[in-house]
Each structure stands twice: as structure tokens, then as C-alpha cells.
Design a protein around this ligand. Structure first.
Ligand code: NAD
Ligand code: MG
Length: 384
């Protein structure tokens, strides 16, 4: 029996994780769940999975949840302290890190410090604090399994191989909804256009990140740390069908790839049960039904955010955390209708230009770079 804590249980990844748990009650038990403010869904999850502990964003939400529940209630926590309590809850063997954004960093770090294995969906943890987190993983001797479909594909394509034989990692990207839109129309796309991802159903922030391809930029940085690979050895190919989830090229010219229909349940399950595989309910892949698999090199004029991520990685240290925070602020501004789609990358670039990269010695250094970037981007947006 594997005992799980799920951070961000009411999100897209959290819900898919609990679907897998529901299909394999003999394998998994839920110790703790955390959510933001979706109390109705959390209540439902509490009744179905009976965690011992839950946590929500605020004290008020915790009181409301307390009133909504009847019978045997779990411990109800709130805030960052509540996230840490859940992430470190004694009984859990594995923590699924599925909070969105830099808010996932502190609880994920706490889980690793407490010796928990982690199934990592929250890529922002490695983007902002990659070196510190990988050092922590090594020090604590815990396992860090990728949930991101590309990184799961790479992880699977590296199985049984020798790292010294790897020539290149090839991350695939769908290209999002604006892959073929005439460039001059990009500044006029609507919020709904940007939220209409062709292949994947995901949370709002990552869906916008997919449209700008910042998501792929974040994934390049995530891969750099997860697989200890130099940026020059990580390439991105646009593959609009999202059937090949990523590839590894070896020195002999052989390329290993992992294929499947786009459904996050497959990589989530692999992270939960590695090295075993379990049924996930994911539709089988019918290659004969596909019109074809195509690949393109990304165009930085269309996707400047991807270039910014390579630049941030080259600057190193605090720059990726600054880029990530600027992106979170800019995406939120876009979703509120304050800026247009192409402004997202411009405001990130301006924030990065204003930053002198500094060494990151502790998580506090990361949080202070993140805070600086949020303030700077907000000021550039005229919001503070
Ligand atoms: P989502 O927006 O659907 O869900 C996020 C979850 O985090 C929710 O439970 C929400 O309540 C909680 N949350 C949000 N802000 C919080 C805060 N400040 N404090 C505490 N909890 C907070 O997001 P998602 O699409 O499930 O993505 C989660 C993570 O997984 C992201 O880092 C994303 O990049 C990554 N990821 C997602 C997918 C996908 O298919 N959705 C694929 C690959 C990677
Ligand atoms: Mg991905």
C-alpha cells in the first residue's frame, strides 16, 4: 500500500491523480489533500478518499470547510504552514506536487526535507530552484519522479541506458493554438482563443504558457536539472499531434521515444508506481487512425518566451526564478484582460533586463528573487 499526499488535489493534475487512486484502492491510500479555494470539490474528495489531514488557502476557508463537513472530519489546516504540515505528514510515503506556480516550491522542498519521495508536476519548483532542489534530493536520498509528460517520456527513454551515451534530449511541444496564425494577428487573440488548447485539457496558467510556449521554456529548465543535462543538449521540436511525448538521442544515432494519446493519467500513474505499470483507462494509441506525425523547429519570432527561457538558463542563478515570477504576473494580467497576448513575453523580457542575476544559496534567496520580480513586473504593468 502506497500512502499519498496530494498538494493541489482540486486542480487538473490533482483530479487525474485521484482518478487513478479511485481505480486502484488496493494500492493507494490518501493521507492528506490540499486545495486553494474550491471547497465544494475538496469536500467531495474528503468524503470519497477520507484523508487524515487537509489544508486550504486561508483561515476563513478553513472555517467554512469545517462547517460544510459532517461526521468524522480530517484535521483542517490553512496557509503556507498548512501546506507544509500536509507535505510532511508522517504517514505519507509519496507527495504528489501538483500546485501551480512558485507557490509549490516551499511545500515541495518541505516534503523532500522530510524524506518523502515526490511525484513532481510542479515544474516551477525546478525552474526556480533547480540546483538547490536536486542537492536536497541527493542529500535526503529521496526519489523525484517526473509527472510532466515530456519528462516522463525522457525518463522512460533513459531506462536501462547509460547517461554518458546520451547525445541530446528532444522535448516535443504541440505549438499550442497559435502555431499557424499569421504573426501580425497574435497581438489580437482573445483570452478564450488562448485557453483553447488543441490537445491537452489543463489548468489555466499552463494553458496560456502552452500558447506562448513559455511552458516549453520552463520544461527545458526542468529537464536541465532533472536529467543533469547541459542546455546545449536540450532541443525543442514542435510536434502538433502530441503523440510522441519526447525523445532521447544517443551517440550511435539511435533515438528512443515514448508514444501515447495525450492523457496525463499515463505519466501520473508511472510516477506513482515506478517501476511497475498499472491500468490507467487511457485510450489505446491507434497509429493507423493518425493522418501523420509532423515536426517543426520552433520560430522565436512567434514564440519569444521560449528564447527567454534559454537566455534565463544561460544567465543562471536567480534569472530563471525571476523569469518565472514575471511570467506568472504577466499571465495573470493577460487573463484579466489588462495586456494583450504578445505583451506577456515583452513584460517578462523587460523584467529580466532589469535584473542582475545573483547566487542562490537558500530557498529564501529564491523567494526574494521571486518577490523582486513580481514587484518589478507589476510596476512595469502600472499595477503598483
Ligand atoms: P490547476 O490550476 O488546475 O490546479 C492547481 C492546484 O493548485 C489547485 O488545486 C489549486 O487550488 C492549487 N493552488 C493554486 N494556487 C495555490 C496557492 N497559492 N497555494 C496553494 N494551492 C494553490 O493546475 P494544473 O494544470 O493541475 O497544474 C499543476 C502543476 O502541474 C503546474 O505546475 C503545471 O505546470 C504542472 N503540469 C500540469 C499539467 C496538466 O496537464 N494540467 C501537465 C504537466 C505539468
Ligand atoms: Mg509538459
Amino acid at each position: 500500500m502506497k500512502r499519498l499526499t496530494i498538494l493541489g488535489s482540486t486542480g487538473s493534475i490533482g483530479v487525474s491523480t485521484l482518478d487513478i487512486v479511485a481505480g486502484h484502492r488496493d494500492r493507494f491510500e490518501v493521507v492528506a489533500l490540499t486545495a486553494g479555494n474550491n471547497l465544494d470539490l475538496l469536500k467531495h474528495q474528503i468524503e470519497e478518499f477520507r484523508p487524515k489531514m487537509v489544508s486550504v488557502l486561508t483561515c476563513d476557508l478553513a472555517s467554512s470547510l469545517e462547517r460544510m463537513l459532517t461526521g468524522n472530519k480530517p484535521e483542517i489546516h490553512h496557509g503556507v504552514a498548512g501546506l507544509i504540515a500536509a507535505a510532511t505528514a508522517g504517514e505519507a510515503d509519496m507527495v504528489v506536487a501538483a500546485i501551480v506556480g512558485a507557490a509549490g516550491l516551499v511545500p515541495t522542498a518541505a516534503a523532500i526535507k522530510a524524506g518523502k519521495d515526490v511525484a513532481l508536476a510542479n515544474k516551477e519548483t525546478l525552474v526556480t530552484a533547480g540546483r538547490l532542489m536536486m542537492d536536497l534530493v541527493r542529500d535526503k536520498g529521496v526519489k523525484l519522479y517526473p509527472v510532466d509528460s515530456e519528462h516522463s517520456a525522457i525518463f522512460q527513454s533513459l531506462e536501462g541506458q547509460s547517461r554518458k551515451d546520451v547525445k541530446r534530449i528532444i522535448l516535443t511541444a504541440s505549438g499550442g493554438p497559435f502555431l499557424t496564425l499569421p504573426l501580425e494577428q497574435l497581438s489580437r487573440v482573445s483570452i478564450n482563443d488562448a485557453l483553447n488548447h488543441p490537445n491537452w485539457s489543463m489548468g489555466q496558467k499552463i494553458t496560456i504558457d502552452s500558447a506562448t510556449m513559455m511552458n516549453k521554456g520552463l520544461e527545458v529548465i526542468e529537464a536541465r536539472w532533472l536529467f543533469e543535462t547541459a542546455a546545449e543538449q536540450i532541443d525543442v521540436n514542435i510536434h502538433p499531434q502530441s503523440i510522441i511525448h519526447s525523445m532521447v538521442e544517443y551517440v550511435d544515432g539511435c533515438v528512443m521515444a515514448q508514444l501515447g494519446v495525450p492523457d496525463m493519467k499515463a505519466p501520473i500513474a508511472y510516477a506513482l508506481t515506478y517501476p511497475e505499470r498499472i491500468a490507467t483507462g487511457v485510450n489505446p494509441l491507434d497509429l493507423t487512425a493518425l493522418a501523420g506525425l509532423t515536426f517543426y523547429a520552433p520560430d522565436y519570432r512567434r514564440f519569444p518566451a521560449l528564447k527567454l527561457a534559454y537566455d534565463a538558463l544561460a544567465s543562471g542563478e536567480s534569472m530563471p526564478a525571476v523569469m518565472n515570477a514575471a511570467n506568472e504576473v504577466a499571465v495573470e494580467a493577460f487573463l484579466k484582460g489588462r495586456i494583450c497576448f504578445t505583451d506577456i513575453a515583452s513584460f517578462i523580457a523587460r523584467t529580466m533586463d532589469a535584473h542582475d542575476s545573483r547566487a542562490l544559496v537558500s530557498i529564501e534567496d529564491v523567494l526574494s528573487a521571486d518577490l523582486w520580480a513580481r514587484g518589478t513586473t507589476r510596476a512595469l504593468l502600472g499595477l503598483s
